[in-house]
Design a protein around this ligand. Sequence first.
Ligand code: ADP
Ligand code: MG
Length: 225
Amino acid sequence: MDMILQAGNLEKTYKRGAEVVYALRGINLEINYGELVAVLGPSGSGKTTLLQIMGCLDRPSGGELIIDGSAVETLSGSALESLRRDRIGFIFQQFQLVSSLNVQENVLLPLLFSRRKPDYAYLDNVLQTVGMEHRRKHLPDQLSGGEMQRVAVARALINRPGLILADEPTGNLDSENSSRIFELLKKLNQQGVTIVFVTHNHELADMAGKRIMIRDGSIEAVHAG
Ligand code: ADP
Ligand code: MG
């Protein structure tokens, strides 16, 4: 099986008061194992909604989504939750670290939810990968934005996911830190992790193997290579 994710006619509507918002209007896409995919599109076009649905943080209103061979709509809540926890790592624009927990505790947090014992050798490994092993006892407010995002990358890795979804991961970073985070994502991708990232940065997007352009809840174009 070479597809990690397949979406067929994926739809998402939100209710805003009496109004229905069509956030996704029939998305068809296929992502192969090991791909590095960029998602581009104007603000409000549905990029975050798409990532949240691909990551099982939210359910689609219609259509089909298959992840690692499982049809998401057939999964119970708890099966969906374990798929999300065990197979998918998230990185957000706002880092979303817990301010009262230090670097190491933040990185280990997903294990707490999956009730797994920390593998401290692997923790050292991911902290080294992101270059934060020397800061493991620091609190988030003692870190720069770039460092916070590197911690968030480590946290996304701790469950050894096959798929990482990153929603504007460099949106709050200067160009030097953006490059560093992007290099990190590229390195993970070279190690076999499938990565889908949303960006407004065309230079970063051009380094992806596939670029998906979204407009008004639909895929406008897919560029490969
Ligand atoms: P993007 O990430 O591309 O900026 P979003 O996926 O956040 O786009 O939003 C797509 C559309 O869905 C927008 O019109 C947005 O206002 C709407 N939307 C997103 N989340 C919600 C929500 N929870 N409730 C109502 N409307 C929403
Ligand atoms: Mg967004």
